[in-house]
Design a protein around this ligand. Sequence first.
Ligand SMILES: *Cc1c(COP(=O)(O)O)cnc(C)c1O
Length: 407
Amino acid sequence: MNKAPPLIDLSQPPPIPELGLSRAVDVMRSGWLHRYGETLGDRSEVSLLEEEFAAYVGAKYCVAVNSCGSSMFLALVCAGVEPGDKVLMNSFTLAPVPGAVAHAKAEHVLVEITSDLVIDLADLECKAVQSGARYLLLSHMRGHSADMTALMELANKLGIVVIEDCAHTMGASWAGTASGRFGKVGCYSLQAYKHINAGEGGLLVTDDPDIAARAILHSGSYMLFDQHRSRPTDDVFARWKGVTPNYSMRMSNLAAAIARPQIGQLRERARVWNDRHDRLAALLARLPGVELPKRPQAEAYVQSSIQFRLRHLTEAALARFLDGCKRRGVYLKWFGSTEPKGYTSLSGQWGYLKDAHTPPATLQVLDRLCDMRIPLDLPPEACVQIVHIVGEELSAASDTADLTSHA
Ligand SMILES: *Cc1c(COP(=O)(O)O)cnc(C)c1O
């Protein structure tokens, strides 16, 4: 049994830049951790973050909240989802996405994905027509973008409002347009493992003044919404301020102070992540039986993780493979596990859905899907070592599977 120490900790989140550290200390010294204050004005760290992020993605408005889950919930509610409404969603995503739909008291309509891990547009049309759903919460899961040109054409034809979950696509684009700027609302996460690390946090962007005003009021602005720099005019707030409950989902100035300097680092982070991803992908593609999703030309991805399928392995062989890799420090996540583990789960395991199931085509894809996080500090040479380990464990697991199946 090989007990080599781990090469590298694949779960290492991106570090906070020095400027973030010093601003965080300034905020703590000042005591002004809450984003509002009668005398604070509109230059709080959160307000500046909103303004800077809106400019970064080219949106009219940005509202910062305490998580991406909160931003998706607010996006649904402010876009008009009412209890009992149906919301389409791709069935390959993370639990906060169905959670946001449940939070809005809406009903989930699960849509299949393709073997390239993106929403299946034919099934989207079929489920939209069948269910009559008028909303789509589209998760660009693990950084894979569907053909957004075709998707928006279809959504417009069917009269569907699109909300994008860009937890894994901050900094990415499709045909030159930033991820999150196709739909009515784009939602981003500042959780430690996303592209900007503030520990926790969410950003909602939109060009729609009513959605922005409602999101600001719902997020918990009290009557201090004029302390937002990125906001619609007072007449829009006049329509909503008396009738919008305060859900207290604010971001703190501490999180914003940490996040702000990272916007300027996104381009360099993307370069490093993609370099490591592309090295890993090229090496993995040479291993027998390893299938990687195809990446369309129009997609400018930011891959802070990598996915591959091992269709040729039996379930037992796959379990051995994952175990063997883990023992050697290569921690791979697996979406096909019958028990939800760590961050990963299948839609069939979301028991709060009216009809919890994993759609058949999606199950076939996820059944043998491996997923590896790419830490920013992964040295280029480590890519070779990682794929070497994957290759060795793959052949060992395949051999063992043969033996057990003949036993
Ligand atoms: C992390 C994540 C979210 C939610 O982000 P939080 O900020 O943790 O609420 C949503 N969607 C996907 C795909 C994610 O990975």
